[in-house]
Write a protein that binds this ligand. Structure first.
Ligand code: 8Y4
Length: 273
């Protein structure tokens, strides 16, 4: 049996394209400050071959401050509505139960939560009631301070234990493994060495039949390993990391650069056939 997540068969890589609706002064090069520019960007990523569009209205980049729920809703709902009309599969990137609820009402079909449904006391029950697939990501600490002093005795074991515990919590409220995806949270309270260990040993994180997602597109460890490029100049390293992730069991890639990722995947696929 081919495993599935959110109705996607996992025998071939699934591409999640990033649509930020965040006016961020420390941009990753992927921020779209108005709903109109975000909608246009989502349409482009879809035309380029993204299977899922991940829409987020609160930056969780290192050092970023929380955004009021009302503002988050104002940013993401019009974007979800427009892209849903096109027939896109949309995931809502949020830590807030109320945003999950409103986003799903507006047409989002997947919840992507960097707190693995722990960031809001209502999230787990809300996700279960909405009956939508969930992405559970690991983070150590809070975005504002998480990169100050990341520490683990054994990063792979500790991230693996956390994700297994969050999968168990989801299963206890009736969410099936075919509707759960786990993600080590590259860059979220992790040093370069922590990130590398997680990518190297990704398959050790596997829980039940849940899908594995990897998000490393344009993240700062790529610059740290190279010449401290700014985010928009981290595409080559992003592709190298993504392919290593696929070799190690990643099934869904969260990326800014869809057309370029597709080209890398075509070569990877031809060499693995
Ligand atoms: C440059 C580019 C510097 C990007 C930092 C960033 C993930 C995620 C994010 C992830 C899942 C980001 C919402 C951080 N990363 N969700 N979200 N997995 N599931 N930072 O890795 O892209 S936002």
């Amino acid at each position: 049996m081919i495993r599935e997540f959110a109705g996607f068969q996992l025998d071939e890589p699934v591409i999640m394209g990033i649509v930020n609706v965040t006016p961020d002064s420390f941009s990753d090069g992927g921020d779209h400050p108005t709903p109109e520019t975000a909608i246009a960007h989502g349409r482009r990523l879809r035309a380029e071959g993204a299977h899922i569009l991940d829409i987020g209205g609160e930056s969780t980049r290192p050092g970023s401050a929380p955004v009021p729920e009302e503002e988050e809703l104002r940013r993401v709902i019009p974007v979800i509505e427009a892209l849903m009309e096109d027939g896109a599969v949309i995931s809502i990137d949020t830590r807030h139960a109320r945003v999950m609820e409103e986003a799903v009402k507006a047409g989002a079909e997947i919840i992507n939560d960097v707190t693995a449904l722990t960031g809001d006391p209502d999230s787990l029950a809300t996700a279960a009631r909405l009956e939508v697939p969930v992405v559970l990501m690991h983070m150590q600490g809070e975005p504002q301070t998480m990169q100050a002093h990341p520490h683990y005795d054994d990063v792979v074991a500790e991230v693996g234990r956390y994700l297994a515990e969050r999968v168990a919590a989801c299963r206890s409220v009736g969410i099936l493994p075919s509707n759960i995806c786990i993600d080590p949270g590259i860059g979220f309270g992790k040093t370069v060495d922590h990130n590398l260990a997680l990518i190297r040993h990704l398959e050790q994180l596997r829980v039940d039949d849940c899908a594995l997602m990897l998000g490393l597109s344009r993240k700062s460890f790529i610059g740290a390993l190279s010449r401290n490029e700014t985010p928009k100049d981290r595409l080559p390293g992003s592709l190298a990391g993504a392919l290593a992730g696929l070799d190690n069991g990643a099934e869904i890639l969260r990326v800014h650069d869809v057309v370029e990722t597709r080209q890398a995947l075509a070569v990877w696929h031809a060499l693995h056939g």
